[in-house]
Design a protein around this ligand. Structure first.
Ligand code: NAP
Ligand code: GDD
Length: 362
């Protein structure tokens, strides 16, 4: 299924073109919005199996072109690059949930590590002048030897996901050095939004705070409350991706706020926003802890500030409030719809939904 506009207009043909893998994900949706605002023509690689999971880009569907493909399948990536003839490729596709990477280390490596080589190969074969962005991660620092982490900090990944990201990062550098491709690697620290997947700790917390406040959920089970992260807003971070590809020369950039908070502090803030005392609702479930934890990550984005003129706009408190508010809104809508079908407010059913989310981690 190819769905891209056959635009003949001279002005339209001069619009820059971008191909995004992982466009159905959190970052893909924000990046597509940003690039559309900047006048880009957008192509998004979407796995045929995920056509029903396009909620995050539903509002953009008439304005971008979906190309079927899978980053583990080189011919499909080459075809997508041939169809789009992009100026820029953003590789955001990944199996990005850390706990799943212990359950499925091979599948994670196929997508998150080798998928990067496929994207770079497609660029090299079709048009090596295309600029390439790789979504690298602060998980590569893992058990970090210094704090805060910068572009020179050695990697010590603690999960199969982190190991795969190190491969993706290094192969990106290698294609730049081997073939002169304008290939950039953004080492992004955790970034969140109301579109964050429900398994990730921030969204799991804001969703639970909203639902508990509305009487739809009784408890929230979490793992390690002492883990610390540098949490920013995804909308700010996609701006950094774009800026990397507009720079004079390609490179690696840490993208972070430089401010660190614990999971416990995140919980406290989220529950406070709906006037609840978190200690009455949060339970620690040891099955949600990880085989090897990353205890603390905090980034030093000095290089990005200096060379890209990039800085985060949304602070921690505003991010938590934004996520809780939108989860309250979503829960109210969902519950009103549900009531229409079920005929009553069923706490049991909504509790079962929460357990499905936790099951992915155990
Ligand atoms: P996400 O919401 O999990 O999105 C991942 C995307 O990858 C989805 O669109 C998914 O498509 C797609 N995908 C998975 N397997 C694929 C395959 N085989 N072929 C093509 N597409 C595939 O992740 P995100 O939070 O937006 O993050 C975007 C990227 O940044 C990821 O590479 C992630 O590892 C990296 N990153 C994220 C953060 C963060 O804090 N968010 C920090 C550092 C780095 P489906 O809809 O089909 O599943
Ligand atoms: N998911 C989850 N669920 N995490 C929990 C829970 C829980 O119930 N309880 C405590 N945590 C802790 C985890 O142990 C971890 O230390 C921290 O919360 C953050 O977990 P996640 O939100 O799952 O994110 P992550 O830091 O492991 O990975 C995210 O950020 C990376 C960048 O550093 C993902 O988006 C990765 O794809 C990304 O690369």
């Amino acid at each position: 299924m190819l769905d891209y506009p056959e635009e003949q207009d001279e002005v339209v043909r001069k619009r820059p073109k971008a191909l995004i893998t992982g466009i159905t994900g959190q970052d893909g949706s924000y990046l597509a919005e940003l690039l559309l605002k900047k006048g880009y023509q957008i192509y998004g690689i979407v796995r045929p199996s995920s056509v029903s999971r396009v909620e995050r880009i539903e509002h953009l569907l008439g304005r971008l072109s979906i190309v079927p493909g899978d980053v583990t399948d080189l011919p499909s990536v080459i075809r997508a690059v041939e169809v789009a003839q992009p100026d820029e490729v953003y590789n955001l596709a990944a199996q990005s949930f850390v706990p799943t990477s212990w359950q499925e280390p091979f599948a994670t490596a196929h997508v998150t590590a080798l998928g990067v080589t496929n994207c770079l190969e497609a660029v090299r074969v079709v048009n090596p002048a295309i600029r390439f962005y790789q979504a690298s991660s602060s998980e590569m620092f893992g058990n970090a030897q210094e704090s805060p982490q910068n572009e020179q900090t050695p990697f010590h990944p603690r999960s199969p996901y982190g190991v795969s990201k190190v491969y993706g990062h290094l192969i990106t550098v290698n294609y730049r050095e081997s073939y002169g491709i304008f290939a950039c690697s953004g080492i992004l620290f955790n970034h969140e939004s109301p579109r964050r997947g429900e398994d990730f700790v921030t969204r799991k917390i804001t969703r639970a705070a909203a639902r508990i406040a509305l009487g739809l959920q009784a408890k929230l089970q979490l793992g390690n409350l002492e883990a610390k992260r540098d949490w920013g807003f995804a909308g700010d971070y996609v701006e950094a991706m774009w800026r990397m590809l507009q720079a004079e020369s390609p490179g690696e950039y840490v993208i972070a706020t430089g401010v660190v908070h614990s999971v416990r502090e995140f919980v406290e803030k989220a529950f406070e926003h709906v006037d609840l005392d978190w200690r009455e609702f949060v339970e620690v479930d040891p099955r949600l802890t990880r085989p090897a934890e990353v205890h603390c990550l905090v980034g030093d984005a000095t290089k990005a500030r200096r060379e890209l003129r990039w800085a985060p706009r949304v602070a921690f408190e505003a991010l938590v409030d934004m996520m809780v508010d939108q989860d309250v809104e979503k829960a109210e809508k969902h519950e009103n719809l549900g009531r229409r079908y079920r005929g009553s407010n069923s706490l049991k059913e909504t509790e079962e939904e929460s357990q499905v989310v936790d099951a992915r981690q155990r």
